[in-house]
Design a protein around this ligand. Structure first.
Ligand SMILES: Cc1cc2nc3c(=O)[nH]c(=O)nc-3n(C[C@H](O)[C@H](O)[C@H](O)COP(=O)(O)O)c2cc1C
Length: 410
């Protein structure tokens, strides 16, 4: 289905070349001041045609709010919004009338529905993510005002060009080839942790690649241009941090916080991988180094000394920064000829025309931020409703002390 979330429910609609794309957002709290500009900022960061590293499809992606607010204030009723598809060129896709694009969604959509949009990627197009980005911007506005929550994503690799080891997520740091050497000091560096605590969207947007390290960004730019010149494409990774999330979010079994994040992130087109905290690197680091030991902060609140967990333990947030990384494949639509087969089985060569992203990660950054905001918002509403329900009960004084949080030592 096209709906995500339990209490903050986002339904997106639209295909690549239909009249408009958009979303209905149900569950936004009433009384939130919201302007089109709050949403437009993120839509403009997602829109195509921002640089020579993205598709030249020229869409302004102006948001039109249809319902759910009056005089700039949300009513608590469903918010519906749309963005017109303006720069459509369906004729760019005539070859794909006959050929399913290798590794795109053409074949599987037809197998599933028995019918498909006549041009472009239809529903599988990244145009669909406009509704998510708009919904995420609304969630973010609430999260920022109510909790000071900040979400920043950035590009951490393009092809084999990675952030320097000191700034990279743990699993991107060079692996020690010595099987007997358990020392993991090279991973989870102070600089990476510092980057997570301080990085801003303004810093990320200074670079056309959205990699915040100038020298790496320049190499990534060259890598993307090389793919584009060869009528080819290249993949990459996006790392995201969520700051100031209260502890206690995440439902402990099937809707663990990290499971919901993974669901959200792997629903973004072109994603192939998700990892949180130490990720795959965590499989190599012995428990003695991987465990995040507790320490009380100045207010007596338990914090962790390290953050291999990525801010989530037992599927529940622990109040530390939540960080995760998503792998995006090389986009499927490339202009160079590919030996493949038509829908009817006839072998042939497909050279796809049309305007395409040689690498999706610079544009994926605001989409990742949006999906993260939607997950946090949904989990917050769930936890707050549980807490509100429990707060109406009289206190129980008969429980053994081991069953409740002890008074602070400090
Ligand atoms: C921001 C963004 C832009 C994209 N641009 C393109 C594109 O120009 N060409 C393309 O073939 N795929 C593009 N994709 C990916 C396709 O939407 C996606 O690969 C396709 O629907 C197949 O789905 P899958 O890769 O998730 O299996 C883009 C994805 C994102 C997130």
């Amino acid at each position: 289905m096209s709906t995500f979330g339990t209490l903050f429910r986002v339904t997106t609609y639209g295909e690549s070349h239909c009249a408009s794309v958009g979303a209905i957002i149900d569950g936004c709290p009433p009384g939130l001041e919201l302007s089109p500009q709050d949403i437009q900022v993120q839509l403009s960061r997602r829109r195509p045609g921002q640089s020579n590293l993205t598709t030249p499809r020229d869409e302004k992606d102006l948001v039109h709010l249809q319902s759910g607010l009056e005089l700039g204030v949300t009513l608590g009723t469903p918010i519906s919004l749309l963005v017109k598809n303006e720069d459509q060129r369906p004729h760019d896709y005539t070859e794909t009338d006959f050929y399913p694009r290798p590794s795109h969604a053409d074949y599987t959509y037809l197998e599933k529905y028995g019918i498909k949009a006549s041009s472009g990627g239809g529903r599988s197009s990244a145009r669909e993510t406009i509704g998510r980005v708009a919904a995420g911007a609304i969630a973010e506005k609430y999260l920022k005002i109510a909790y000071g929550i900040e979400i920043v994503a950035f590009v951490s690799s393009v092809g084999k060009v990675h952030l320097p080891a000191t700034l990279a997520p743990p699993s991107l740091t060079p692996q020690n080839p010595d099987e007997e050497d358990d020392n993991a000091q090279d991973a989870l560096s102070k600089d990476f942790i510092q980057l997570l605590s301080t990085i801003t969207r303004e810093e990320v947007d200074k670079m056309p690649t959205r990699c915040p390290h100038a020298e790496t960004s320049e190499r990534m730019t060259q890598r993307i241009i090389r793919a584009k010149s060869a009528q080819d494409s290249i993949g990459g990774t996006v790392t995201c941090v969520i700051r100031n999330v209260p502890s206690g979010l995440g439902e402990p079994v099937f809707d663990k916080f990290e499971a919901s994040l993974a669901h959200a992130m792997l629903s973004i087109p072109a994603t192939k991988a998700f990892e949180i905290g130490s990720g795959f690197r965590g499989t190599e680091v012995p428990g003695s180094q991987h465990n995040d030991q507790f320490v009380a902060d100045a207010n007596g609140r338990l914090r962790t000394v390290t953050n291999w967990s990525g801010g989530v333990q037992g599927g529940i947030t622990n109040g530390e920064n939540i960080y995760f990384r998503i792998g995006f494949k090389s986009p499927a639509t490339i202009s160079q000829p590919q030996e493949t087969a038509q829908y009817n089985g006839t072998p042939g060569s497909l050279s796809t025309r049309g305007r395409h992203d040689p690498c999706v990660v610079p544009r994926a950054v605001p989409i990742v931020e949006a999906m993260a905001a939607i997950v946090v918002m949904d989990q917050l509403l769930m936890q707050n409703s549980r807490k509100a329900a429990a707060s109406l009960l009289p206190p129980i004084t008969t429980l053994p002390p081991t069953m409740v949080m002890p008074k602070k030592a400090l």
